[in-house]
Design a binder for this molecule. Structure first.
Ligand SMILES: CCCCC/C=C\C/C=C\C/C=C\C/C=C\CCCC(=O)SCCNC(=O)CCNC(=O)[C@H](O)C(C)(C)COP(=O)(O)OP(=O)(O)OC[C@H]1O[C@@H](n2cnc3c(N)ncnc32)[C@H](O)[C@@H]1OP(=O)(O)O
Length: 153
């Protein structure tokens, strides 16, 4: 089964969090499970905050890219379109709010689960939660915006 990120065109697949063409990045893979999107990721020992626990910046990065990918996939779903149909939906992060609920242990596979909170025009709001062995350790809200044609101009 193809992940959301496998549909990103090669020309924009360089993102540190989710680009398949970034050898140094996290290269997350996200899939639908019913109404929720799911990413599974196992942090490396060097992703340490204090010994035994995951660095919060990594968790923010995972929530960010999990949520922007979910935003794009949700927009395709809302319009009843296949994810390889044109024109592509490209989303960037407008805002990212992370709440660290409990220390996140290293050495286990994390599960990030996302839900669509709102779709309005070019804006999609996604709520995502990080689970470690079934315990919610961080939650986030991402406002994702369709990338303007003049992005970076
Ligand atoms: C399933 C996939 C299928 C295939 C997909 C195909 C292709 C995918 C292609 C590429 C994927 C590429 C990369 C991977 C994806 C993500 C990468 C990870 C995330 C990042 O690492 S990405 C870098 C960090 N990111 C930036 O570098 C953004 C810099 N910034 C801007 O480029 C503009 O600032 C922008 C575009 C954000 C907004 O500009 P704009 O002109 O479009 O906005 P506008 O004024 O029209 O507002 C419209 C509505 O958004 C609300 N709104 C506006 N700005 C907001 C904000 N900041 N926070 C919260 N809400 C905001 C307004 O309040 C209004 O809301 P309302 O309608 O409710 O009033």
């Amino acid at each position: 089964m193809k992940a959301f990120q496998d549909y990103y065109p090669e020309s924009v697949a360089h993102c540190y969090g989710c680009g398949s063409r970034n050898d140094h990045g996290h290269r997350i893979k996200t899939f639908w499970e019913g109404e929720e999107s799911v990413t599974r990721y196992t942090p490396e020992p060097y992703h340490t905050a204090v010994p035994g626990f995951v660095y919060g910046g990594l968790l923010a990065s995972l929530i960010d890219c999990h949520s922007t990918g979910t935003a794009a996939a949700a927009m395709y779903r809302a319009e009843g379109r296949e994810m390889d149909s044109l024109p592509p939906f490209r989303f960037v992060t407008g805002s990212l709010l992370v709440k660290y609920l409990k220390p996140t242990p290293l050495g286990v596979t994390l599960e990030i689960r996302g839900r669509v909170k709102e779709i309005k025009g070019r804006k999609v709001v996604i709520e995502s939660t990080v689970y470690a062995e079934g315990v919610a350790t961080a939650s986030g809200e991402v406002v994702a915006l369709q990338m303007p044609d003049d992005f970076g101009a």
